[in-house]
Ligand binder design. Sequence first.
Ligand code: GLC
Length: 428
Amino acid sequence: MALRKNKYSETLVKAKKILADNIYTLSLRGKVYRRIIPSKSFYVHQWNWDSATHAMATVYFDEDLALDEIRSLVSGQWKNGMIPHIVFNPKEKIYFPGPKFWGTDKFGFSSGITQPPLLAISILHIYKTAKNRGKAQKFLEEMLPKLDKYHNYLKKYRDGEGSGLLTIIHPWESGTDNSPRFDKYLLEIDLKDIPKEVIQIVRRFRTDIKIGEKTTRPLMEDYYRYIYLIFLYRNLGWNYRKIVADSPFAIKDTFFSSIWAASNLALSDLFMLTGDKIKAKKFKIMAEQTRRAIKKSFDPKEETIALFAPIIAGGIDEEQFKILMRILKDRKRFWSKFPVPSTSLDSSNFDSFRYWRGPLWPIINMLLIEGLTSQNKIQKELLKKTLDLIKKKGFFECYNSQNGNPAGFPNFSWTAAIFTYLYCKYYL
Ligand code: GLC
């Protein structure tokens, strides 16, 4: 691809280098897979929504790599349709909790929970962008039944009551792990009720605070609860009906649901492309139902980026759009010097260092940029601010939203991918 030289060209070269450096080729059940891991320092396996994003970027310069990455991710799909949040690499040991703790070996070599379902959006983008039409077509035909199964799993087990909103069973499923919006639910789990063996395992094996900067990571009391939930689900044999019914943490999440709405629309488009009008209609109706439910549960006082769910879901009405734009551009709330903070600046829970409680995460900026129309001035502004920050500070997991300082792990594929995707989509 011939690129015009402009102020982002050199950053793009660096982004591609990070993505190439973080490729991991491995053999699983006698098959060879190629995937990009988020970071060599800690996230050494394959993460669901990270990978969906990586492939949206690599399709611009290495189509085979994009297809391989998605194939590697869906190789972890369970029989019931669930696509896990982590697909493990048996050779890697530094990440905790590893495969043994999840107790999922009956189902696959993966975690037992999912992540925001960005996959259909990613596959639609890959299909539309890939130059090799033959391979793109084959890929689409291969992926559609798997996406169909995944979306049916989410509908069946996470929206049994048909509300249009999905239930998440772990903060990690939201992708925004220690967001303050989960605090009140987690606090209902009394630490005294957590078995000693779980507490000891966390104390002994938690690695993120040894490898990463402790002040930026979730607190110990959060981790006890995270690991306890996994322990409970393992004891329920990963039976999702029982889990959703019995879990102390089974909550409706509008952020997760907003990606679900956008993804159902993408899946509807994908079915339309293959002429399956019935399924195309089914997923479009599901998307519309979720949009309505998100619109109804809108709360302008929400203190985290979940507030912007109606923008991510799409189909927002004018009145809500105006309110949200006002909040987004409010310097006391979400228009920090380096927007968008994961938690509102005026929230008592805002913390500029700690993970999803304040820092800026490129994925959120990307979702908002995609949700705003191309005519929108704010979209352009946010796009430029996002690319400029990454260009200036390098490819980190997240950034302090007040002074732009890097936070989290370095040489981060997700950030490199988002930079590449946004640049190639909006600047080329
Ligand atoms: C963290 C993030 C999650 C991401 C993962 C890998 O756990 O909260 O959203 O997928 O890291 O980058």
